[in-house]
Ligand binder design. Structure first.
Ligand code: NAD
Length: 378
């Protein structure tokens, strides 16, 4: 870090999380060292028996546990606050996040606030078990919490919350219904594509991003059409993690900035908002990074004789993938009325301009640009 401050031309890539994956990845829990684990999850994970499966692994390791199972989709500041109080009282030396991005982010935010509240306490070890493919949150320094009153999704970025261990066991993703498979899978694609064209993309982030993009085009529809296709499930879980590795180092772009505000105001699932916005954002960025998009088109073996053709093919491929999974092409088809949209557009453009993801978008947008982008997508 010091080096980078002295010399702006130094490029960095870091991947701190120990990634454990494969058929029996959950057995990793039996090898953990610790006394007491605080499990952060949602009620569905308890109902379906996933929390029990985690608890038995911890029991075999001689680790006691308590469970916070109140996480809702897009975790609110109130939920995070409640969990933080419980975590501080609990004295856990380990946090286990079990669930989709919402549970993982809630756990990361609780750890963040607990460490700030009591800096004398040793940071608990953070072990993450993602059950969607997904956010990549199992390897990132990012957590997104929702201020429900201000209708704002707030990203917190801090190296403190990079998970120590990620357990990628695809059996936890088998039960994901097709609609969630679709939206979370398009989140993976958006992470990887935005990482690839980000102003901070580098040789290492490119490797992860390209691999993730190829995997999404190869395996996402298979997961969507047959949730029991475990080869596809496993590879989408890897793609999700790789995309996380990429964007954790490169940052993201305007697709995410706009998706955050669409989620905050209209409660559109994060991946769906990204999926709808992505083709518009590619066109918006084309002037600045058209060769990069053509490179992706080439990797996907899409028509790309000219740069223009490469860009159009990529946009069409994303639209096609959306359409195959029932994701609409416009915001108006997500149940947002014209009146509500018009009333919110100014606030949305303002939020998107201030979103951290906008800073690494290849084209530096004006507020008017964002308004226009939103209108086009509507
Ligand atoms: P989610 O965690 O909100 O889960 C969506 C729904 O799917 C929930 O109802 C959940 O119970 C259900 N679900 C999860 N796993 C399941 C399974 N195996 N079987 C059946 N149902 C299951 O969805 P998500 O897309 O994983 O996460 C979205 C959240 O992550 C958003 O709040 C978003 O802002 C955040 N996010 C964070 C990062 C990051 O780097 N921290 C990146 C992208 C998104």
């Amino acid at each position: 870090m010091a080096l980078a401050q002295e010399n702006d031309s130094v490029t960095q890539f870091s991947g701190r999380t120990e990634i454990c994956y494969g058929d029996n990845a959950i057995n990793t829990l039996e090898t953990l060292k610790g006394n007491h684990a605080f499990i952060v999850t949602d009620p569905f994970m308890v109902k379906i028996g996933f929390a029990d499966r985690v608890i038995s692994g911890l029991e075999r390791a001689g680790i006691s546990q308590s469970v916070f199972d109140k996480v809702e989709p897009d975790p609110s500041l109130e939920t995070v606050q409640k969990g933080t109080v419980q975590l501080l009282a609990d004295g856990a030396d380990m946090i286990i996040a079990l669930g989709g991005g919402s549970s993982i982010d809630a756990a990361k935010a609780m750890m963040f606030f607990a460490c700030k509240a009591d800096p004398t306490r040793k940071k608990p070890r953070l072990v993450v078990i993602p059950t969607t493919s997904g956010t990549g949150s199992e390897v990132t320094a990012v957590t997104v919490v929702t201020d429900t009153e201000a209708q704002l999704k707030i990203p917190i970025i801090d190296p403190l919350i990079v998970p120590d261990v990620a357990v990628l066991d695809a059996r936890f993703t088998r039960s994901v219904p097709p609609s969630v498979t679709a939206s979370t899978g398009m989140d993976v694609l958006t992470h990887a594509l935005e990482a690839f064209v980000s102003t901070r993309a580098n040789a290492f982030t490119d490797l992860y991003a390209v691999h993730a993009i190829q995997y999404v085009f190869r395996y996402l529809l298979r997961c969507y059409r047959n949730g029991d296709d475990m080869e596809a499930r496993q590879n989408m879980l890897l793609a999700s993690c790789m995309a996380g590795m990429a964007f954790n180092n490169s940052g993201l772009g305007v697709t995410h900035s706009v998706a955050h505000t669409l989620g905050g105001i209209f409660h559109i699932p994060h991946g769906t908002a990204n999926a709808v916005m992505l083709p518009y954002a590619i066109r918006f960025n084309s002037f600045d990074v058209r060769d990069r998009y053509r490179t992706i088109a080439k990797k996907l073996e899409l028509p790309c004789d000219t740069v223009e053709q490469g860009n159009e093919s990529l946009i069409e491929a994303v639209r096609w993938l959306n359409s195959q999974m029932g994701i609409p092409g416009r915001i108006r088809d997500l149940g947002v009325s014209e009146e509500d949209f018009s009333n919110a557009i100014e606030a949305m453009a303002g939020h998107a301009m201030e979103d951290a993801c906008t800073t690494t978008n290849p084209r530096r947008p004006s507020k008017r640009d964002i308004r226009q982008l939103l209108r086009q997508a509507y």
